[in-house]
Design a protein around this ligand. Structure first.
Ligand SMILES: [Zn+2]
Length: 312
């Protein structure tokens, strides 16, 4: 119901906008031997789900107990925290060398950090943080990260528009301004902010961050009723141009593409990854891309369903 633009201005603003210049320059993405993606925060969690293919789940029994005086013995099994938002740890392997990227941080200050601890993961292995875009449900977990890392230095790769003020202006509902990221506070936490609109190769070239995504499809309109503060007034901002995806080329298997909200559209993102890397002819790549999920926001559901059908 909500994937159609609401106003004329929004319709104009959601017209496909191809990225320009260096944002679409080809990049040599050297293959890795393997990639492990660990979901740290997602909208749902089911501790009773069984492993499935390559997907392994963490059962209750393997998560450390916590104090709970209402139970005999004074402990319980807490499971993992699910919250509206997304965060994933991406570890690539080439030979004996591994590299680890934190992609998004969830919505609450400590949810992602709590799950890192409950999963027994080594926060010291994180070499760089990447934000898929500036929305608060992907950038909420920095306080927890600082708690675990004690403000040790680390690069943070973002698109320059992540600092934008945004709001939802849904007809019939009061407007709601989203929390806006504060660069100086992130820098005070020890993060070295790197702004790039163009693609970036990270960690010995094992990970590609797309930068701004080429918007070429006629059916992916972005996020309706979403505004940005621009030159003293609110303007339609359905395209969320700060959205960027993470791409890994797994040797013999093709591309793995990970997105946050996916406001740029699954097909736009897949096309852009293929254009940047020159992996356009690898049919296996398409299958693997469609396997890696997108965190889809409520307002974009219908459009994303169409996009997934086209990917398949
Ligand atoms: Zn978003």
């Amino acid at each position: 119901m909500c994937d159609e633009a609401g106003t004329h201005a929004e319709t104009v603003a959601s017209i496909p906008r191809p990225a320009q210049g260096a944002a679409v320059d080809p990049i040599v993405l050297e293959p890795v031997d393997g990639v492990l993606i660990t979901t740290l925060v997602d909208n749902s969690y089911d501790a009773l789900m069984a492993d499935s293919g390559a997907a392994q789940r963490m059962p209750f029994a393997r998560i450390p107990e916590v104090a709970a005086p209402q139970f005999v013995g004074g402990q319980t099994v807490p499971g993992l925290v699910a919250e509206h938002g997304f965060s994933a740890l991406v570890t690539t392997r080439r030979g004996a060398i591994t590299h680890t990227v934190l992609f998004d941080t969830g919505v609450s200050p400590d949810g992602m950090a709590t799950n890192l601890e409950r999963l027994g993961l080594d926060v010291g292995a994180i070499e760089v943080v990447v934000l898929s875009h500036g929305h608060f449900d992907h950038a909420g977990g920095f306080p927890g990260l600082a708690r675990l890392r004690h403000r040790s230095g680390m690069p943070l790769t973002v698109h320059p528009l992540v600092w934008s003020r945004r709001r939802f202006a849904i007809p019939g509902q009061p407007g709601w301004e989203l929390p806006t990221l504060n660069r100086s506070v992130l820098e005070a936490e020890g993060l070295e902010v790197i702004e790039r609109r163009q693609p970036s190769l990270l960690l010995d070239g094992s990970v590609l961050i797309t930068g701004e995504v080429d918007r070429t499809t006629e059916f992916e309109h972005g996020l309706p009723y979403h505004d940005a503060w621009h030159e003293g007034r609110w303007e339609p901002d359905p395209l969320v141009l700060d959205e960027q995806a993470l791409v890994v080329h797994v040797r013999g298997r093709g591309l793995v593409v990970l997105t946050g909200c996916g406001h740029a559209g699954a097909v736009n993102i897949a096309r852009h990854a293929m254009r940047l890397t020159g992996e356009a002819d690898d049919q296996r790549a398409t299958r693997h891309r469609s396997d890696v999920g997108t965190h889809v926001d409520r307002l974009g559901h219908a459009a994303q369903r169409r996009a997934h059908l086209r990917l398949e």
